[in-house]
Ligand binder design. Sequence first.
Ligand SMILES: Nc1ncnc2c1ncn2[C@@H]1O[C@H](COP(=O)(O)OP(=O)(O)OP(=O)(O)O)[C@@H](O)[C@H]1O
Length: 587
Amino acid sequence: MSDDDLNTPPTDDLDIDGTSGFSTDLEGTDLGEESSNQGLFDDLLSGEPIFENKEVLRPSYTPHELPHRNDQINKMATILVAALRGETPSNILIYGKTGTGKTASAKFVSKELESTSQKYSVPCDVEYINCEVTDTQYRVLAQLANKFIEKNKARIDDKIDSLETLLEQVDAAGADVDAGPAGSNTDSTTPAEGSGSVSSVSSRNQTDGKTDDSAADTGRPVETAGSAEGDDTGNATPSDSGSTDGLSTDEATGDQPSPDESTVAHPLESTPFDSRADVVERIEQLAADKESFEDVPMTGWPTDRVYSVFFDAVDYDERVVVIMLDEIDKLVEKSGDDTLYNLSRMNSELENSRVSIIGISNDLKFTDFLDPRVKSSLGEEEIVFPPYDANQLRDILEHRSDVAFKGGALSEDVIPLCAAFAAQEHGDARRALDLLRTAGELAERSQAETIDEDHVRQAQDKIELDRVVEVVRTLPTQSKLVLFAIILLEKNGVHSINTGEVYNIYKRLCEEIDADVLTQRRVTDLISELDMLGIVNAVVVSKGRYGRTKEISLSVPIDETEAVLLSDSRLSDIDDVQPFVQARFEN
Ligand SMILES: Nc1ncnc2c1ncn2[C@@H]1O[C@H](COP(=O)(O)OP(=O)(O)OP(=O)(O)O)[C@@H](O)[C@H]1O
């Protein structure tokens, strides 16, 4: 706390009626009782809002429809349907430029997969990881381990609930249950029936050593009671066992009541349990399993321990697991291909479950850095997402704008223009949606009644500037120094800047802030990188017998870029830059 802070009276002491010295700040403001505010926001609210629901234009919104992605979505579904048949789906590599709907389509398909798997009670889990955020093997495995532990615990709770209901039914039947089913209960429905957890009572952890042939074990989809609408996927086939209780009658042991003895089944009859004690023992064992799960901390364990916890968590139950690794190239770039290697060889060791990987990337080149075995395993199936053209982008925007804007808020040429701008970039739907949203915001800010072409052009400039600011802000210091040298030259009216001139000023700047001085060759590379980022334009020109040289010019607004550079605390130490420019002809 500063001295000033200490001298500031607590707000409770503020005397707004003007009797104390602190009232001056509030002079002229009307805080009268009849009006609790002064309409600061009223004016802004009074304009007819342009947006009906702005959220649908934000990147976080998941659309229900994805026009122009049917082929890719169908291909993914055709591969992943294997999971619903209890088989291991091939691994999939999805690639395409940014904003081509890869993530949105993959998430859409995985949602459908999970809901269909619930419908047919086929255990299938999809886990999504964004490798730009979770970018080390440790973090990926830890995150997956914890997610599966959570799922296992939830499943155990369901199983225990189901078994406790079974116990209640056994008790209600009131027979000599330890002697086997007596057939005296009045409720013919076992708790597992229609509970949606058909696989639950029949896990590999059964202590009685019995197996059941429920769908969960064979992987065949079984309709649960209440969800037997039939096969609307055209792919999954409901169980033909004719038994929907998931607990095979083969398991029932003990004295089977003969049909004439009783027409009502005992609660334990079609279960793997012989007695009440068996059920109690199973509940205790499940509770002990749950207790034994230990969450992985986000740092600190040896990686092989994390892997082994993850492995056990996945293998705890019979299921097909689909692991979706978005921005998979970032993971490989940051921490190599160990994670992918470990994930892709898991299936040969798993006993109960099967793992399939979906990798999503903007850039196929990352596969060059993969071990050939990982590369061929990961790329079993490849799905390409081509860029959208202007017409497709127009459709996408039209779908969203119906919900996003008030009727009549868009003038006719707005959507075609947004689509055309985004198509010029690289067919990026995210960019198109950003443009439309920003144009709407600019129109709203200027209290216009409709969004017009001008708002779209302003939005394009604003987005471009935001991009430049972000790129420049996150450059490494050395690149910032090179860029600063180019800016200084341009500001001093130097045209056709060459690498030697940039290098001389760059060296002076380095000395000024005590930074390492790189070689001219390295600085030439940094200039090429700035060129690739679209911040400078560097063209090689031939100087006849003097050889070839690069002519460099700035491609971004000079003042804004300089301001961003000077907001870096190291560069802001450079006081008087004028003398540096004199250095450009020195060697
Ligand atoms: N066909 C489409 N229909 C509707 N919206 C779409 C479509 N394709 C993409 N979008 C929207 O565009 C935005 C970007 O899509 P998405 O995140 O799926 O792209 P991506 O290819 O994964 O990009 P990146 O590689 O940068 O992650 C999202 O808001 C998404 O909802």
